[in-house]
Design a protein around this ligand. Structure first.
Ligand code: ZN
Ligand code: ZN
Length: 102
C-alpha cells in the first residue's frame, strides 16, 4: 500500500496508475497486476474494462472455485448477438472470471 507524499492519504488505483483521492497527486507506478491478468483472461472477458481506463468496483460474490466472497464486477452488453447484458465477476483471490447472463 502506498501513501500520498503530499498529504498522506492512501493512494487508490486511477486510470493508469495510482493516485491520491484528496489532492491530485499521481504516482508513476503503473497498475501492474491488472494488466497482467487481463492478458490471460481475454477469451473470457472480450472487451476488458482496462482499455476504457476504468477500475472495477469490488462486490460480494462467492467464487465457485475457491469460495472467496469478494470479486471485481463489471457488466457488458453483447454487441454481436441479441443476448442480454452479461455480468462478470472476477475473484480477488484466484482471479477466476465468472460470467452471469441475465
Ligand atoms: Zn494527496
Ligand atoms: Zn476464487
Amino acid at each position: 500500500m502506498d501513501f500520498c507524499p503530499k498529504c498522506g492519504a492512501i493512494l487508490v488505483p486511477k486510470r493508469k496508475n495510482y493516485g491520491c483521492p484528496r489532492c491530485n497527486y499521481t504516482a508513476k507506478d503503473k497498475i501492474k497486476v491488472e494488466t497482467k491478468e487481463v492478458m490471460g483472461q481475454q477469451e473470457f472477458v472480450g472487451v476488458v474494462n482496462e482499455k476504457e481506463g476504468e477500475v472495477s468496483p469490488i462486490v460480494d460474490f462467492k467464487c465457485p472455485k475457491c469460495k472467496n466472497e469478494k470479486a471485481y464486477f463489471w457488466s457488458r452488453q453483447m454487441r454481436s448477438s441479441d443476448e442480454a447484458e452479461s455480468k462478470f465477476y472476477k475473484c480477488l483471490k484466484c482471479k477466476k472470471v465468472t460470467r452471469v447472463d441475465r
